[in-house]
Write a protein that binds this ligand. Structure first.
Ligand code: C2O
Ligand code: CU
Length: 545
């Protein structure tokens, strides 16, 4: 297997992805960052230099499990100290599983500022995949704000809460279109700027394509459709699925899919690729790209209007599509029949000392300044609360349909310690927010492991009844899964990867105000930490020794 050496410089540069000019994070000058392509088993060595001048950074390789290299997970506060301006940090890890993954900043809300890109891990030569295609294309989906990330983060963490609001535009491969007449002047918003024309997805009539699709959205649940073309879902988060044909795809932040698309429609025209916000009331125009049938002109506008797609508030539609995603019969790895431990996580929105926060079992997550991985390996016991994080919270009597009574949650940095090799079930239970008749969609992402998705429900999880309907035959393995409004999602994983692993809602503005947790797995089996990861908070003094 090969070793790929990459040198990246992270900077802020002026960009106009949707015609509106603002600062965006670039990787070697590109926004989105470059696509990484490697083969299963290869090693990636990525030297990241922070050229942001006045911001720290850290980069997470989302979906890569980091077996044996937990310090390369790139999660500031959990697995590493931040990379300071001017400094270089080298990530070194093996991509042990083929599939579609992403990378993104994991420092504060920096992903929102545009630090993201795609990772393609190809199968080894000679390996047959359960589908075939002529060519491959990829689409990375995002939502985009004109307000700076710093302003957003300040609003979220102020006593006078400032919500980030709905995004100004949706981006497909870093391109969108804002209506510049809404922005006033033309110096900051210029619709004739070539940088802001829609992305063009070119296909040759008669060919079959594998489309890799990933969402790094900061907030929005998305629905993607290719006008006039069905999509057959074949891969989800690096695992082969039973092929299922859909007209449009719901995709939540942190998820990746591969779909098969046949260019078998009228070759004399172009088609729309249509992207909408779902689950939240859209305040954002439809995002579009152009599916260009070669040799039509790539800019030739399709003669139709983009398809409308499902209603934004059709929860049942999204819920049903989630349930369709199952593991491919020839690639199914069945889950253990039983689990050693069940952790029930009630997701609520509360106030903590007057601040708006998200809480898990009434504890709102705040990472310590010394990363957990270092604190645990170096036995720094005063870095975080040594009491176990809460495994449940007044659940029997909790009414998930009403505004939380509790207006005083607590801040917490305690963690869940999982026994090495134990099988753990996590039930994520959604509830009403602080607004009446409102519950949101939360895509939860686990670092370091893939989990089996055992089941979804709408309503309150019943621990005596619902486990009987778990899918133990062919559940899909994933690293990110949606918890639908007022619903629950049950997942199971084997805690077999020593390290400290974040588990959190992938909505940037939710994790930032507490919607997360950390799992410790087999700390005594973690190899000696490389000294280059030390250097912040309580670990500073370790460097001298
Ligand atoms: Cu893609 Cu912890 O995130
Ligand atoms: Cu969330």
């Amino acid at each position: 297997s090969a070793v790929h050496h990459l040198k990246w410089e992270i900077k802020y540069e002026y960009r106009s992805p949707d015609c509106f000019q603002k600062l965006a994070v670039t990787v070697n000058g590109d926004n989105p960052g470059p696509t990484i392509t490697a083969t299963q088993g290869d090693t990636l060595v990525i030297e990241v230099t922070n050229g942001l001048h006045s911001e720290n950074t850290a980069i997470h390789w989302h979906g890569i499990r980091q077996r044996g290299t937990p310090w390369s997970d790139g999660t500031e506060g959990v697995t590493q100290c931040p990379i300071l301006p001017g400094e270089t940090f080298t990530y070194r890890f093996v991509v042990d599983q083929a599939g579609t993954y992403i990378y993104h900043a994991h420092y504060g809300m920096q992903r929102t500022a545009g630090l993201y890109g795609l990772i393609r891990v190809l199968v080894r030569n000679g390996t047959i995949e359960p589908f075939s295609y002529d060519k491959e294309r990829s689409l990375i989906l995002n939502d985009w704000w004109h307000k700076s990330t710093m302003e957003q983060a300040t609003g979220l963490s102020s006593l006078k809460f400032g919500w980030v609001g709905e995004p100004q535009s949706l981006l497909i491969n870093g391109r969108g279109r804002y209506n510049c007449s809404l922005a006033g002047g033309t110096d900051v918003c210029n619709a004739t700027n070539p940088g802001c024309s829609p992305f063009v997805l070119t296909m040759v009539p008669g060919n079959t394509y594998r489309l890799r699709i990933a969402s790094v959205a900061s907030l929005s649940a998305l629905n993607l459709e290719i006008e006039g073309h069905n999509m057959t879902i074949v891969e989800a988060d690096g695992h082969y699925t039973q092929p299922i044909v859909v007209k449009n795809l719901n995709i939540y932040s942190g998820e990746t899919y591969s779909v098969i698309v046949k260019a078998n429609q009228d070759p004399s025209r172009n088609y729309w690729v249509r992207l909408n916000v779902v689950s939240r009331k859209p305040g954002t125009p439809t995002g579009v790209a152009i599916l260009n049938y070669y040799p039509n002109h790539p800019k030739k506008s399709p003669p139709t209007i983009p398809p409308t797609g499902p209603l934004w508030n059709d929860t049942v539609y999204r819920f049903n599509q989630s349930k369709l995603i199952k593991s491919h019969p020839n690639y199914t790895e069945a889950p253990p029949r039983t689990s050693d431990r069940v952790i029930l996580l009630l997701n609520t929105q509360n106030k903590v000392n007057g601040f708006v926060r998200w809480s898990i079992n009434n504890a709102s997550f705040v990472p310590p300044t010394t990363p957990y991985l270092i604190a645990i390996k170096e036995n720094l016991r005063n870095v975080f609360d040594q009491n176990p994080a809460p495994g449940t919270y007044g659940y029997q009597n909790y009414d998930i349909y009403s505004v939380p009574q509790n207006s005083n949650g607590t801040l917490s940095n305690s963690i869940y310690r999982l026994e090495f090799n134990s099988t753990v079930d996590v039930i994520l239970q959604n509830a009403n927010t602080m607004n009446v008749n409102n519950s949101e969609t939360h895509p939860w992402h686990l670092h370091g492991h893939d989990f089996w998705v055992l089941g979804f429900g709408l309503g309150k999880f019943d621990p005596d009844v619902d486990p009987k309907s778990y899918n133990l035959i062919d559940p899909i393995l994933k690293n990110t899964v949606a918890v639908h409004p007022y619903g629950w999602t049950a997942l199971r994983f084997r805690a077999d990867n020593p390290g400290l692993w974040a588990f959190h809602c992938h909505v940037e503005a939710h994790f930032f105000i507490g919607m997360g947790a950390v799992f410790e797995v087999g700390a005594d089996r973690i190899n000696k930490l490389p000294s280059y990861i030390l250097g912040c908070g309580e670990s500073r003094r370790l460097i001298k020794t």
